[in-house]
Design a protein around this ligand. Structure first.
Ligand SMILES: Cc1cc2nc3c(=O)[nH]c(=O)nc-3n(C[C@H](O)[C@H](O)[C@H](O)COP(=O)(O)O)c2cc1C
Length: 414
């Protein structure tokens, strides 16, 4: 029986263990987690979601309070069009976050950054260009473009000196989206270095509608492999979403995948950014406590634990401090929902907003517990203490379990 360690991911002459820990914002896939994946010879992701808040928390910078101070007069207004990011601050925060991770990197693996297009930041092109170029400047090994079609993203950095040497990849959920991306980018003569194919069982935002259960990662991967073959394109294909055991991963590698991207198993690693209390919620979750809903203002369905405190909360929008989801005209679907509820209950001290959530604030505070479909199996990956709590795992333990176990076996910690 084959195992993951029988395979290698090849980028030119470089060989890696074909395990990629996927990006998990906001700072759930921490630098510590990514560093472990790289040390063990695979690829780890950090994420640039809410990078200014992440820099403040980790490096004692004051980006969030400075932005809030600048726009304080606007807090009560529902028109957020004037609330803009300072590009120099965005650059500095990105350099802090990426630079420190890259300085700490040891071993043969790589560190990539997950960059979501849906973080439109009230100036989509300018902010995205800055995020991408600052990450390249700070030495990131590669960039994974996600949550959005990213049709123009490569062009934003085509003049960057590292445009052809850094590894640039995209996440797609269909052959159609991939074909569109390749067509739009043909004139740049720069193919993606890898394609993550994310299926319907993944965590975070989904590239599917509420009919996600009708799709099958294996089928989508096969369609994309066939398409690439027909087009005579040799680009590593990396399935993601619901790959829970080493055996699951080996199956894809035996069927032509170059590597796998995994995330949910690592949410209960000590190195993962979620608070320990929240990690216990992930362990405890049963299958019927996990749902795909439409409360994300991005418009994409998102999978999460039903007990997430951010579901139904009715806090005032925090765009002056954060504002990562403001679109090109300064709107966010949460603001509309919030205003509607305030108008309905003018005298209420506290309101509840059910259809959308203030994703920036709640992700920043670890109050939206997004997870993959198989999060309910996490309890089977560890031991339980007499007090009922679950033992946290090391990232190394989980990584090596993917690398060396066979079939549906999962190694328990010592
Ligand atoms: C807690 C969590 C947060 C995530 N956040 C992001 C994100 O910010 N950007 C992104 O592209 N994917 C995100 N994902 C998706 C993962 O990177 C990955 O592709 C997917 O979850 C793999 O499936 P698995 O979790 O079943 O292993 C997230 C997944 C989880 C579990």
């Amino acid at each position: 029986m084959k195992r993951v360690d029988d395979f290698r991911l090849r980028f030119g002459k470089q060989e890696l263990v074909p395990i990629i820990v996927g990006g998990m914002g906001v700072d759930i896939s921490t630098a510590e987690l990514a560093l472990e994946a790289a040390r063990l010879g695979g690829i780890g992701h950090i994420s640039d979601a809410m990078v200014q808040a992440v820099s403040d928390r980790r490096f004692d910078t004051k980006f969030v309070s400075a932005k809030l101070k600048q726009y304080k007069a606007n807090v009560a207004s529902s028109d957020k069009s004037s609330v803009h990011f300072n590009l120099a601050a965005l650059e500095e925060a990105t350099r802090n976050h990426v630079g420190r991770a890259m300085q700490a990197k040891r071993g043969e693996g790589m560190i990539f950054i997950n960059v979501m297009e849906k973080l439109t930041m009230n100036a989509p092109r300018e902010t995205l260009r800055m995020r991408l170029s600052a990450a390249l400047d700070a030495g990131i090994d590669g960039i994974t473009l996600s949550a959005g079609l990213h049709l123009g993203s490569f062009a934003l950095i085509e003049d960057h000196p590292r445009f052809r040497d850094a590894k640039l990849g995209i996440i797609v959920s269909s052959q159609r989206a991939l074909a569109l991306f390749l067509r739009k980018n043909a004139k740049l003569k720069r193919l993606p270095d890898f394609i993550v194919v994310e299926g319907p069982l993944a965590g975070g935002h989904l590239g599917f509608g509420l009919d996600w259960a009708q799709y099958d990662l294996r089928v989508i991967v096969a369609e994309i492999q066939q398409y690439l073959k027909t087009e005579q394109l040799d680009i590593p294909v990396i399935p993601a979403g619901g790959i829970f055991t080493g055996g699951d991963a080996a199956w894809f590698l035996e069927h032509g995948a170059a590597a796998v991207q995994v995330a949910t198993r690592f949410t209960v690693a000590r190195e993962c950014g979620l608070p320990d209390k929240v990690k216990q919620e992930y362990f405890k979750a049963s299958e019927d406590e996990i749902e795909v809903n439409t409360i994300s203002p991005t418009g994409y369905p998102m999978r999460m634990l039903k007990g997430s405190p951010g579901i139904g909360a009715g806090i005032r929008p925090n765009c002056e401090a954060y504002g990562y989801l403001l679109d090109a005209t300064g709107n966010c679907a949460y603001i509309e929902s919030y205003n509607r509820e305030v108008a309905r209950h003018p005298k209420a001290k506290k309101i509840s907003v059910k259809d959308k959530t203030c994703l920036c604030t709640h992700m920043r505070n670890y109050d939206i517990w997004t997870c993959g479909h198989y999060a309910y199996r996490l309890k089977d990956t560890t031991r339980r203490a007499p007090d009922g709590s679950y033992q946290l795992l090391s990232a190394e333990h989980i990584f090596r379990d993917y690398q060396f176990s066979t079939g549906n076996q999962i190694a328990l910690p010592d």
